[in-house]
Design a binder for this molecule. Structure first.
Ligand code: F6R
Length: 607
C-alpha cells in the first residue's frame, strides 16, 4: 500500500502536493517524492517531513505535478527506489501503488531496446514502457493506454510527461484511484484524503479505467480508449474520516481490509494446477531448504501466536519438526542448533528487538535464518538470509489484526512450498492452493456479520473476566483472541487449550465468567463440544465460534457466530475475525482508546 497524489491547476503545485502527502502518511512512510514537469524531481527516504526539508533546499516550481509516499514492496526503502520513477530521458515520470507481476519479463525486453534501469522497483518498468510506446505512437494518452494493456498485476498510478506539463494521466487496476474535480484545478489520488481539503466532488475510478486531467478538464476512458461518462459524487467525510476510509478507528478499518490483505499476500505466489507455492524471496535458499531437518519459529505477541499455527501446519503437511519460541526467551536457553536448522522469524514491524536478538543468536550458531516480515527493508528483513514479505500494507492500529491474518497466510504458503519439496502429494498441494484462494470470499462472509458481533460485544460489555478456549489449529487463536481483548479493552482475558480446563481454570467458571469457545467443525470438534458441556454444567455463559450449519452448538452456547467451512489448517484465518471484531466493539462500548491502548507501542525496539 502506497499513496499517490497528482495535481493540475493554477496554484503552487509543491505546496498542494506536499500538503496532500502529509494526509496520506498512514499509507506508507518508507520514502516520499515529487515531480513537477516544469522543474524536476526531489525524493527522500522516510516520511513527508524529510521531503519538506529537502524541498526547502532544492525548491521546485510549477502548477502541476505528481507525488508519492512509498510502502516498499519490491526493493529496499532507499532514495533510488523512491517514486516518481522515470524513463531514460527523464521525460516520463510515474507514481504507482500496487505490484506489477510481469515486471521481470518487461524489464528484460525493454533492456534490449536500450532502457537503463536504475532502481530495483517494479514501477520503473512502467515509465520505460510508456516512453517506448510514446516513441512509436507520439500520443501521450494512447501510449499510456497501450502500456497499461501490457501490464499484469495491480496498479493505481499517475503519469506525467514533460512535453505536456499540464496533463496528468491516472489509471486503476486493483488499487484505488479517485479524481477530485475542483474549480480550475483537478486531482488524482489513492483516496479522498488529500482531495477533500480542496473539493468535495469526486469520481471513483473502477478497474480498467483511465483518467486524463488538466486544470480545466477531465476525461475518463476504458483500456480500449473509448470514452466513459461518469458522474461526480459529493463526499461529506472530513479528511480524518477519509484516512480511515470512513471507519471510526484504524483497528476496524484494518480488520475490514483482511480479505484484500490475503489477496495481496497470495498474489502471484500460487501455481494451482501444480499445487505449488512460488516464493521469490526464498529462491536463493531453495536448494538448502530441501535439506533442513528442523524449524524454530520465533516471534513476539501476536506474531508468536501466528508461529504456533505455523507449527501445526508445517508438522502436519511438510513433515518437519517445529518448535515455537517467544523472542524474549529464545536466547536465554541453550538452543540446540546446527546447519540443518532454520530459524524463522515472524514480525510485522521487522524491528522487534527480542526477535532480532534471537535471529542474531541463531546466526552465531550456524542456522539459516528466514523472515516473514511486513515492513520491507526493516532490520529483520535485512538481517535474515531470505524470506517472505507479507504485503499487508502499513498497520497503524497498535493491536495487530490484518498483519496476523497475513502471517498465517504466509505460513500456509511456506508450508505448501516446503511440503511439495518433500512428500506432499499433488492432490494435497492443489487442495491447499484452492482453499487459500477461496479464503477472501469466506472472510467477507464473516465480516458481513459485524453488526451481530457488535450486539454480542455490547451484551457482554459489563463483564470483567473472559476465558478463550480452542484446540489444535484454534488453540493459538484462543491466545490471540484473549490478547486482542486485553490490549484494547484492558479486560482480563485468558487463552487456554480447551483440554487444559479441567487441570485448573475450570475452577474460575461461574455465571459471571463468560467463555469464548472456538469450535469449528474440525478433527477436534467432539472434544471441544465436551469441554463446552463442562462449562455449561458450571453455569458459565458461552459464546461459540462455529461452522455454518452446526445447529447442535446452539444447545450449548448462549451466542453463536458462524464461519464458513474451510480446510482445517486455514480455519484460524476465519475464526480470528469474530474475535478481533468482538474485542473492537467491546472496547468501543467501554470507551477505550482503541488505536492507541495505554502503555503500548506499535514497534517494540527495546528488550
Ligand atoms: C498485539 C501486537 C503485539 C505484536 C508484537 C510483535 O496486537 O501487536 O503483540 O505482535 O509486539 O510485533 P512485530 O510483529 O512487529 O514483531
Amino acid at each position: 500500500m502506497c499513496g499517490i497524489f497528482a495535481y493540475a491547476g493554477g496554484k503552487d503545485a509543491v505546496s498542494v502536493l506536499v500538503d496532500g502527502l502529509s494526509s496520506l502518511e498512514y499509507r506508507g512512510y518508507d520514502s516520499a517524492g515529487v515531480f513537477l514537469p516544469k522543474s524536476g524531481a526531489v525524493k527522500t527516504v522516510g516520511a513527508v517531513d524529510n521531503l519538506k526539508k529537502k524541498l526547502s533546499q532544492q525548491p521546485l516550481e510549477g502548477t502541476s505535478g505528481i507525488a508519492h509516499l512509498r510502502w516498499a514492496t519490491h526493493g529496499e526503502p532507499t532514495e533510488i527506489n523512491a517514486h516518481p520513477h522515470h524513463d531514460n530521458n527523464k521525460e516520463v515520470w510515474v507514481v504507482h501503488n500496487g505490484i506489477i507481476e510481469n515486471y521481470k519479463e518487461l524489464r528484460e525486453a525493454l533492456k534490449k531496446h536500450g532502457c537503463n534501469f536504475v532502481s530495483d522497483t517494479d514501477t520503473e518498468v512502467i515509465a520505460h514502457l510508456i516512453s517506448y510506446n510514446l516513441a512509436k505512437l507520439n500520443d501521450f494518452e494512447k501510449a499510456v493506454t497501450k502500456s497499461l494493456n501490457e501490464l499484469k498485476g495491480t496498479y493505481g498510478l499517475a503519469v506525467s510527461w514533460k512535453k505536456e506539463p499540464e496533463k496528468i494521466i491516472g489509471a486503476r487496476m486493483g488499487a484505488p484511484v479517485v479524481l477530485g474535480l475542483g474549480d480550475g484545478e483537478n486531482f488524482i489520488a489513492s483516496d479522498t484524503t488529500p482531495i477533500l481539503r480542496h473539493t468535495k466532488n469526486v469520481i471513483y475510478l473502477h478497474d480498467g479505467e483511465v483518467a486524463v486531467i488538466t486544470p480545466s478538464s477531465h476525461n475518463i476512458y476504458n483500456l480500449n480508449h473509448d470514452i466513459i461518462n461518469k458522474q461526480a459524487e459529493v463526499i461529506e467525510w472530513s479528511a480524518e474520516q477519509a484516512q480511515k476510509s470512513g471507519y471510526e478507528h484504524f483497528m476496524l478499518k484494518e480488520i475490514m481490509e483482511g480479505p484484500e490483505v490475503v489477496r495481496n499476500t497470495l498474489r502471484g505466489r500460487l501455481i494451482v494446477d501444480s499445487g505449488l507455492a512460488k516464493l521469490g524471496g526464498l529462491e536463493s535458499v531453495k536448494e538448502k531448504l530441501k535439506e533442513i531437518e528442523r524449524i524454530i519459529i520465533v516471534g513476539c505477541g501476536t506474531a508468536f501466536y501466528a508461529g504456533l499455527i505455523g507449527e501445526y501446519m508445517l508438522e502436519e503437511y511438510a513433515g518437519i519438526p517445529v518448535e515455537v519460541e517467544v523472542g524474549s526467551e529464545f536466547r536465554y536457553r541453550k538452543p540446540i542448533i546446527n546447519d540443518k536448522t532454520i530459524l524463522l522469524a515472524v514480525s510485522q514491524s521487522g524491528e522487534t528487538a527480542d526477535t532480532l536478538e534471537a535471529i542474531r543468536e541463531a546466526k552465531r550458531k550456524g542456522a539459516l535464518t528466514l523472515g516473514i516480515v511486513n515492513t520491507v527493508g526493516s532490520t529483520i528483513a535485512r538481517e535474515t538470509d531470505a524470506g517472505i514479505y507479507n504485503h499487508a500494507g502499513p498497520e497503524i492500529g497498535v493491536a495487530s489484526t490484518k498483519a496476523f491474518i497475513s502471517q498465517i497466510t504466509a505460513l500456509a504458503l511456506f508450508t505448501l512450498f516446503l511440503g511439495r519439496q518433500r512428500q506432499m502429494s499433488l492432490v494435497t498441494g492443489k487442495r491447499i492452493a484452492e482453499e487459500l484462494l477461496a479464503l477472501p470470499q469466506k472472510m467477507e462472509k464473516v465480516l458481513s456479520q459485524k453488526e451481530a458481533i457488535k450486539k454480542i460485544a455490547e451484551k457482554y460489555a459489563g463483564h470483567k473476566d473472559f476465558l478463550y478456549i480452542g484446540r489444535k489449529y484454534n488453540y493459538p487463536i484462543a491466545y490471540e483472541g484473549a490478547l486482542k481483548l486485553k490490549e484494547v479493552s484492558y479486560a482480563h482475558a485468558e487463552g487456554y487449550g480447551a483440554g487444559e480446563m479441567k487441570h485448573g481454570p475450570l475452577a474460575m467458571i461461574d455465571e459471571n465468567f463468560p467463555t469464548m469457545a472456538i469450535s469449528p467443525q474440525d478433527s477436534v470438534y467432539e472434544k471441544m463440544a465436551s469441554n463446552i458441556q463442562e462449562i455449561k454444567a458450571r453455569k458459565g455463559p458461552v459464546i461459540a465460534i462455529a461452522t455454518e450449519g452446526d445447529e447442535e452448538i446452539k444447545q450449548l452456547a448462549q451466542d453463536v457466530i458462524y464461519i464458513p467451512k474451510a480446510l482445517e489448517m486455514l480455519t484460524p484465518v476465519l475464526t480470528i475475525i469474530p474475535l478481533q471484531l468482538f474485542a473492537y466493539y467491546f472496547a468501543k462500548a467501554r470507551g477505550c482508546s482503541i488505536d492507541r491502548p495505554r502503555n503500548l507501542a506499535k514497534s517494540v525496539t527495546v528488550e
